[in-house]
Design a protein around this ligand. Structure first.
Ligand code: ADP
Ligand code: MG
Length: 615
């Protein structure tokens, strides 16, 4: 008997959580990979073209299907994995709904090739929008290959609704990661547009995590182990000092299935309480083994949510296991009350040598020159003053060697306006600005005063400069004496690759960007060598955060991210000259009143407002 697929009787089919299985290319990837695992494959290959919009193919060396099963597999509620309603509560397979292949075949062109071990020849079936267009015998190795082409070809609205290629690719990689992390005992490889992205050989959990997230991950992992009657926990949590600003690396697996659970996530967070820096998230890779009878997977069509019989016990066990591990590895906090967060050295700088800020001040510089002679100022003078400004500011260590050329394209539309806005009378060399709490710049204007948020204001200035660089495609890069080698995970490299063109326009020069490595021979003048890694990591974080956003513009995102990384921070003391430069530059911007993330950069308070307060 080699035919194993059956149509589920109606009363069972009706109990299956209804809903759409295929939302985007990544959903197809998930379903096909799961089918290969259920077929006991030891080798699984994923091939993707054009972010899955053109092709998603999964080739496995699993059990294969008989000719009858191959045909039946595309029927709705056709499955070899459950027979009756009770089976729904004792699931040991990834699939059970018998709906994936039917749903996929309804909205794409599918080519299935499959052969069982004992057969000499296999079968190939082609289906277009649920219609079988051909069925042939073919010579094919043991196992199954499912190729899904032209997803949503018959639902243009859905196709148009797909996100940009980097975003859809990101989703695919996420699904691939989740499945590969759950099954280190299987070889997985992934190819995108002809180049290989992952080649994960059989290994253990730790090695699999490292293979996916890069060599530097290894030192960050703290093992977690707990064995009780109801639950077995194994896996790792990330050391708190490596916690990231994004929630990226958080994985729960229950019986080797990736699941999302806000409740269990809370358990981990509470175990980390007091040890994480504000705004960072613990990373974790936790594998829970429970009796399948104590969970319900049939609550969501994509099978990523689970109902546990006894969630509270699970919560408590998880929390204490993680706490215990953190304690064992001596990373629970030394209690330190009333600590001033501002005094903390960022973890990234911990073991680095202090760099003396190299601020160059042009003693001849007259901050009011622009305003006084505006109109009469020659363009070359104008360029020079701008260049000086940048020299003082950006990253605080560029050598004022910004060639004036880079700024020729920058237009100061609001120059005219600016000079009128500021109080003409006070343009004698009197102190016109004042820094408040190393955070705000207070500036007197004709009608009263401005209170400027220094960090946001500088972000706005840099954002417009970088946008200009990227769109005008003219920037200066400083050649590095020695190439700078940085290590990233493969998926991080993919993100950088997707932004390579724009990065190069801002002045980054990559001599290599593949195989977990980035080699740079040049960086923008405004970025110091020591900062490159931080800037790129921030950028990757920002792209990852951007995923759910529909209007992903790489150019805009890059400019925003660089501006955010390089802008002077709250808490940084500024000299009077620096304050004045910043104010002048802010009001030379096209949109001075908001930061690149749409937050207010300054507030005004008029003399009238003040008068009212004294009434
Ligand atoms: P489910 O996985 O929920 O059973 P699917 O629609 O994904 O439903 O698949 C239907 C059936 O087709 C499966 O139950 C299985 O018997 C068979 N099948 C699908 N993919 C494969 C594969 N890669 N190898 C062997 N059999 C497969
Ligand atoms: Mg399936």
């Amino acid at each position: 008997m080699t035919d194993i697929i059956q149509l589920l009787p109606d009363h069972v089919a009706n109990q299956i959580a209804a809903g759409e299985v295929v939302q985007r290319p990544a959903s197809v990837v998930k379903e096909l990979l799961e089918n290969a695992i259920d077929a006991r494959a030891t080798n699984i290959k994923l091939i993707v073209k054009n972010a899955g919009k053109t092709l998603i193919q999964v080739i496995d060396n699993g059990n294969g299907m008989s000719v009858t099963d191959a045909r039946l597999s595309f029927e709705r509620h056709a499955t070899s994995k459950i027979r009756n309603a009770e089976d729904l509560f004792n699931l040991r397979t990834k699939g059970f709904r018998g709906e994936a292949l039917a749903s996929i075949a309804a909205i794409s062109h599918v080519e299935l090739k499959t052969k069982q071990k004992q057969d000499d020849i296999g079968v190939q079936i082609k289906i277009e929008g649920s219609e079988v267009v051909s069925q042939e015998v073919i010579v094919t190795p043991k196992g199954t290959s499912v190729a899904v082409k032209n997803l949503f070809f018959n639902i243009p609205a859905r196709r148009n609704f797909l996100k940009s290629n980097p975003v859809e690719t990101r989703h695919i990689i996420d699904e691939f990661h989740r499945i590969a992390l759950a099954h280190p005992n299987i070889n997985f490889s992934m190819y995108h547009n002809g180049s290989d992205m992952f080649n994960l050989l059989v290994s253990n959990h730790r090695q699999r995590i490292v293979n996916i997230f890069g060599g530097k991950t290894n030192e960050k992992l703290v093992p977690v182990e707990e064995n009780t009657e109801v639950l077995k926990i194994s896996g790792f949590v990330g050391k708190p000092e490596f916690a990231k600003k994004t929630r990226g690396e958080q994985f729960f697996f229950v019986n080797n299935r990736f699941i999302k659970s806000a409740y269990l996530n809370h358990a981990i967070n509470s175990a980390f309480e007091g040890i994480l820096r504000e705004g960072t998230h613990a990373s974790y890779f936790l594998y829970l083994d429970v009796n399948p009878k104590t969970i319900d997977i049939n609550i969501h069509p994509t099978k990523t949510e689970i109902k546990f019989d006894d969630e509270h016990t699970l919560y408590a066990l998880l929390r204490s296991a993680v706490k215990h591990s953190l304690g064992q590895f001596n990373i629970a906090p030394v209690l330190d009350f009333n600590r001033d967060g501002n005094m903390d050295t960022p973890y990234g700088f911990k073991n680095k040598e202090a760099i003396n800020p190299n601020v160059e001040v042009d003693s001849d510089f007259n901050p009011f020159r622009d305003e006084k002679v505006s109109g009469g100022l020659s363009t070359s003078q104008k360029k020079e003053s701008v260049a000086n400004w940048e020299g003082l500011y950006v990253g605080l260590e560029s050598k004022s060697n910004v060639s004036s050329k880079d700024f020729t394209e920058v237009q100061f539309e609001s120059d005219e306006l600016t000079s009128k806005m500021f109080d003409e009378e006070s343009t004698e060399k009197a102190q016109k600005t004042f820094q408040l709490h190393n955070k705000y710049i207070v500036n007197t204007i004709k009608s009263g005063m401005l209170v400027i948020n220094q960090h946001r204001a500088h972000q706005r200035v840099l954002y417009e400069v970088f946008l200009q660089y990227i769109t005008v495609k003219e920037s200066v890069s400083q050649q590095l004496l020695f190439p700078l080698n940085l290590e990233f995970s493969n998926s991080e490299i993919v993100i950088l690759q997707s932004l390579k063109v724009q990065l190069e326009q801002t002045g980054f020069v990559f001599s290599k960007l593949e195989d977990s490595k980035a080699e740079l021979t040049g960086v923008p003048v405004s970025v110091s060598e020591a900062n490159v890694s931080l800037v790129l990591e921030q950028l990757i974080n920002d792209v990852e955060n951007e995923v759910p956003d529909s209007n992903f513009s790489p150019t805009d995102l890059l400019a925003k991210s660089l501006a955010k990384s390089l802008a002077i921070k709250t808490g940084q003391r500024l000299s009077i000259e620096e304050q004045e430069h910043l104010v002048n530059r802010l009001f030379a911007c096209k949109e001075p009143n908001i930061s690149p993330t749409n937050k207010q950069t300054f507030v005004t308070m008029t003399v009238d407002d003040l008068d009212k307060k004294f009434m």
